[in-house]
Write a protein that binds this ligand. Sequence first.
Ligand code: AMP
Length: 178
Amino acid sequence: MTANADLRALVRTIPDHPKPGILFRDITTLLLDPAGFAATIDRMAAAVSGPFDLIAGIEARGFVFAAALAPRLNAGVLLIRKRNKLPGAVIGVNYALEYGEDRVEMHADACAPGARILLVDDLIATGGTALAGTELIRRAGGIVAQAAFVIDLPALGGADRLRAAGVEPVALMEFQGD
Ligand code: AMP
């Protein structure tokens, strides 16, 4: 049986976005469903092993899940943003995405040395984004204790890459063959 089939049914698939050949797994339809979003947060919170000092959300969809999880897990929210968005002194890491290239940044003073961080995004594909986030947090002196996603695309190998980098990923559901 597919894990969390009820929630999986709320994820909409949009072919050829943002470019031909990509099956975009759209979580906005899951967010629109009150019971579905509440269950998503319940199950993500139950799947992780705290305690955490901070929940790090990756812009932009990661923010939604990180912000909902943080009070549940008695943690603050650390924003990992795209380039040139944060007003203070930042540290940054460049990375390759499934489509295109990007850069993540965080405030240099956002996390205390030794802070335990849960990294959160809506989806892990190649793992490039989550690995960049991990590198960023580690550079700031934080410990990436775990990473949580709504969706894993296992064929793209991101969860394995994250595990190889010493971060245990958890995901509520998988979509095969992408
Ligand atoms: P990656 O760095 O390859 O693991 O890609 C993960 C990031 O890109 C996440 O922030 C996702 O929101 C987004 N992403 C990558 N592939 C997809 C996809 N097929 N459907 C929806 N979002 C995706």
